[in-house]
Design a protein around this ligand. Structure first.
Ligand code: ATP
Ligand code: MG
Length: 393
């Protein structure tokens, strides 16, 4: 077991006294993400996280680590058997061979970082000695301190390491360190991305989905569960509350002005989500809403939905262009599922005309003819709950 992966934190390093809290949660999340691998060792040394593994499982472990929020990057390399220059030369040899096999390089430079001040050689000396060794051993390589093709990184800690690769990860904050919020998850492109963005900032997410079964098909619901499953790649696990909105949509269609149908249904969606959120300990709601994308997402429309609840509504995509949202959806792997053509509950009873500048007072008056509380309670009473796990991916 001599392959080493060392995690780079970025923002976490700024957390001062709270740093341990974040690091501990990150370790817990890494254990979940790597649960399917048996043969690896995780250790924490002075707030740095190390994963030790084998050649055979290295690539899989790296690919799972890249999706753990809170990790900015990975250094990949080797650990020396002993804290001795000769041993460091041995692993430098392995690291350089890796680099040569990966791409065509001609020049290099050694950079040493020596947090362990007890080591008898200072950083510049280590760089010089290891650099000299590499230069001698590999005829095809020469030193270039100004503009090298590669940098061979040496780290002298309790143990010595040489790294041959640096891999970018997603960054963010460890999942679960920023509270919990309820995602309104539709089958569209936007809401899975909105959930991903909040999860990336450390917010634990649960999801609520509205359907109009039997007007909408079971396959349409399956699609939403598939999206939730895809999000577990980043969250480990996710709970989805599935709520049938049909009775509410019927009541609204029969009793309220048809051009207000969409906005009134959205109010109900928010209110139901808030009620479940408060019951389950969520501190906010998350939507994929985006300013001016559709008729119900004008400032006035967003105001009406805001006015129906007291929990904050987080809209991480508010100011994104659709193309940029699609780019993220493709990157996180939800796009292909989102574009499958299944009807959403919003499209059932869709009116020809939609108010684009609704006034809170008008909407409240229109909806006052309904027994809102009873409708909401009834919908929640009949909801189904599903839990998805990254192991099912
Ligand atoms: P999306 O791509 O996420 O479906 P959209 O562009 O289709 O978004 P709307 O249909 O107006 O926009 O929905 C706006 C937001 O309201 C969604 O991003 C989602 O958060 C929430 N929402 C809409 N429909 C549903 C639903 N059936 N179940 C749960 N949430 C929904
Ligand atoms: Mg939608």
């Amino acid at each position: 077991m001599n392959r080493q992966v060392v995690l780079r934190f970025g923002e976490l390093a700024l957390k001062g006294k709270n740093r341990n809290y974040f690091v501990n949660r990150l370790v817990k999340n890494i254990k979940i993400a790597l649960r399917k691998h048996e043969d690896f060792k995780l250790s924490v040394e002075y707030g740095r996280i190390f994963v030790e593994c084998h050649e055979y499982n290295l690539d899989d472990i790296i690919s799972d680590l890249t999706n753990v929020f809170g990790i900015v990057g990975l250094y990949v390399g080797y650990k020396a058997d002993e804290l001795e220059l000769d041993e460091i030369k041995k692993i430098a040899d392995l690291a350089v061979k890796d680099m040569l096999s990966e791409r065509n390089i001609k020049t290099f430079k050694v950079e040493t970082n020596r947090p362990n001040k007890a080591f008898k050689f200072k950083s510049p000396e280590v760089s010089r000695i290891i650099g000299g060794y590499i230069n001698q051993t590999f005829d095809e390589l020469s030193v270039d301190v100004n503009n090298p093709d590669v940098i061979v990184k040496v780290e002298i800690r309790k143990d010595a390491y040489v790294f041959s690769r640096e891999i970018d990860c997603r960054g963010g904050l460890p999942y679960g360190t920023s509270g919990k919020a309820m995602l309104l998850l539709s089958g569209g492109i936007d809401s899975p991305v909105a959930g991903f963005m909040m999860a990336k900032r450390g917010v634990e997410i649960e999801a609520v989905h509205y359907h109009s079964f039997p007007f909408t098909s079971e396959r349409a619901q399956e699609k939403v569960y598939d999206l939730a499953r895809l999000l577990t790649k980043y969250t480990g696990r996710i709970k989805v509350y599935s709520v049938n909105l049909l009775n509410i949509q019927r009541a609204v269609a029969e009793n309220c002005p048809s051009d207000e149908m969409t906005i009134i249904s959205r109010r109900f969606m928010m209110q139901i989500a808030e009620k479940i959120a408060l019951d389950k300990g969520s501190q906010g709601l998350i939507t994929g809403e985006n300013i001016a994308q559709v008729a119900s997402q004008t400032i006035e429309g967003l105001n009406v939905t805001n006015s129906s609840v007291t929990l904050p509504i987080f809209r991480p995509l508010l100011a994104f262009d659709k193309n940029d949202i699609i780019k993220i959806a493709k990157d996180i792997g939800t796009f292909e599922t989102s574009i499958l053509p299944f009807e959403d509950c919003c499209t059932v009873f869709l009116p020809d005309k939609v108010v684009t500048r609704p006034k809170v007072a008008d909407i409240e008056e229109s909806v006052s003819v309904l027994d809102q509380e009873a409708l909401i309670d009834d919908a929640i009473e009949n909801m189904e709950t599903f839990v998805f796990n990254m192991d099912e991916l």
